[in-house]
Each structure stands twice: as structure tokens, then as C-alpha cells.
Design a protein around this ligand. Structure first.
Ligand code: SF4
Length: 253
């Protein structure tokens, strides 16, 4: 399906509770000696989120300024969006290009989940609930606002969920590539791209990619994320990440 994307600026919309974005170009780069960098954990302690977790792992995109509540156009039109946030660095590969400058360093209020067997069971139950509630439109899960696929078993969990829940659509980005997790993931992406649009950060796998650059001029053949150039309000009103196979390029933020 071909889609026309407007190049004119559009105003913020009613899809999100929080519309203010962090301007790109100002990452918090931690030094190599910082404990979060050495120990491989978030910059912000879990204590910052104590008492804020309402019990669900999948949170409506309405609560994420970048995501939005419901897809407004294209092949996933009308599907509500939900997000899962994990612990950055703790779930990521050490060779991630953004290990020190992860944008989670500027996200003190994100509620990060540690996924153990019990939480995986809960996640499956929440996906089942969404399948029952949104079987007409389908539903979209943004993996992972922070964090990454942390084991081959976890990748297999998502592969099985794609088979079990026909309404499930996924989009996101991964820094995995050369380890067992990356290889499992690449296979799932290739087999299910229409419903599992997970991009390879840094274009390291042979699947659609995302890249981070410092200047718009460095985008090459890629498309700069329209939210960062204020040509789209949020993912719900954009959808390029799951429609285009061209590189999606993010300005460092
Ligand atoms: S390109 Fe579109 S869908 Fe992708 S992250 Fe940016 S706003 Fe979201």
C-alpha cells in the first residue's frame, strides 16, 4: 500500500495527555566510570518510581508523548497503541552504540519493568485481554520504550504471541544483532514484518533499520522521524516505522 505523507507542519493533537517533546541534540552522556555504565543498569534508581506502578505492564500510548492513543491511518488504522518499558542497559547488549548516551538517561519518570517468569505470565494475560477487547481493530505494542530483547526465550515468547493473538502488531527497535538473541529476532522479523516491525538500530541486521545521527544532513537515504522535525505529532498519526522499509533516522536526543 502506498501512502502520502504530508510535509507541512501540523499542530499537536488530542491523542496524547503530554504533548511536550524533549528537543533533540542534548543527550546526557554518562562517563565510562559511571556505575550505571559499568554495572549495566538504568541511570535512575527504581526508588524514583516507587508507588507509581498501577499494576499493568502494557500502558496506553496516550500516556507517552511520542506514541499517542490510537493509529489514525494506514494498514493498522484504528488500532489502539500500548507500550512496554524495560530496564535500559540491564536488558541491552553491551555493544549498543548508545550505551553511555541512552535517552533513558533523561527519562526519570518512566516506570521500568523487570520481566521474570511471573511477569511474562502477566504479559500474556494482558495480551489476551487486549485480543478480546480489540479483536476488530487489532492492537499495537511498542517494544520497548526503554530496554531490549534480553533472551532468546523472550524472543520466542513474542513469536508465539504473534501466532496466538491475531490482533497483535508490534513496532520498535533493537540493538541486538550478532548474538543468539539477535539471530532469533532477525528470523521472527523476516517472517512477520507486516505485524512485527522491529528495526535494527544502526542497520546491523539484514532487516529494516533505524539510525541515530547528529545532523539532518547525515540522514543519507533515510527519513528523519517526523516528530523530531515537527511534521507529525506522534507515532499514532505517523506510522512510518511500520509502513516504510527505508531507514528511519533519529536526531540524537
Ligand atoms: S517515524 Fe513515525 S512511527 Fe517512527 S518513531 Fe517517528 S513518529 Fe513514530
Amino acid at each position: 500500500m502506498s501512502m502520502a505523507y504530508s510535509t507541512k507542519k501540523i499542530p499537536h493533537d488530542e491523542h496524547r495527555r503530554i504533548a511536550k517533546h524533549t528537543k533533540p541534540g542534548n543527550p546526557l552522556v554518562l562517563p565510562d566510570w559511571h556505575r550505571a555504565v559499568v554495572e549495566g543498569r538504568p541511570y535512575f534508581s527504581k526508588g524514583a518510581n516507587d508507588g507509581r506502578w498501577a499494576g499493568r505492564l502494557l500502558i496506553s500510548g496516550e500516556n507517552q508523548r511520542k506514541l499517542g492513543k490510537k493509529v489514525t491511518k494506514g494498514k493498522w488504522k484504528d488500532a489502539p497503541i500500548f507500550a512496554l518499558t524495560l530496564e535500559e542497559r540491564a536488558t541491552c547488549p553491551r555493544d549498543c552504540d548508545l550505551w553511555n548516551s541512552c535517552y533513558g538517561n533523561r527519562m526519570p519518570w518512566s516506570i521500568r519493568h523487570h520481566i521474570d517468569d511471573e511477569k511474562l505470565f502477566q504479559l500474556a494475560n494482558e495480551l489476551s485481554d487486549l485480543q478480546h477487547k480489540h479483536w476488530r481493530t487489532g492492537f499495537v505494542i511498542r517494544l520497548h520504550v526503554l530496554g531490549d530483547f534480553f533472551s532468546a526465550e523472550y524472543v520466542e515468547f513474542w513469536r508465539r504471541c504473534l501466532k496466538t493473538f491475531p490482533g497483535l502488531r508490534v513496532f520498535g527497535y533493537t540493538a541486538r544483532w550478532h548474538d543468539e538473541i539477535g539471530m532469533c529476532l532477525a528470523a521472527v522479523i523476516r517472517e512477520n514484518w507486516d505485524r512485527f516491525a522491529v528495526r535494527s538500530s544502526g542497520a546491523k541486521m539484514d532487516v529494516p533499520a533505524s539510525r541515530v545521527v547528529d545532523r539532518v544532513e547525515d540522514r543519507g537515504d533515510g527519513i528523519i522521524c517526523p516528530v523530531q522535525t515537527e511534521r507529525a505529532a506522534c507515532c499514532a498519526t505517523c506510522g512510518l516505522c511500520w509502513h516504510s522499509k527505508r531507514d528511519i533516522v533519529f536526531l540524537r536526543h
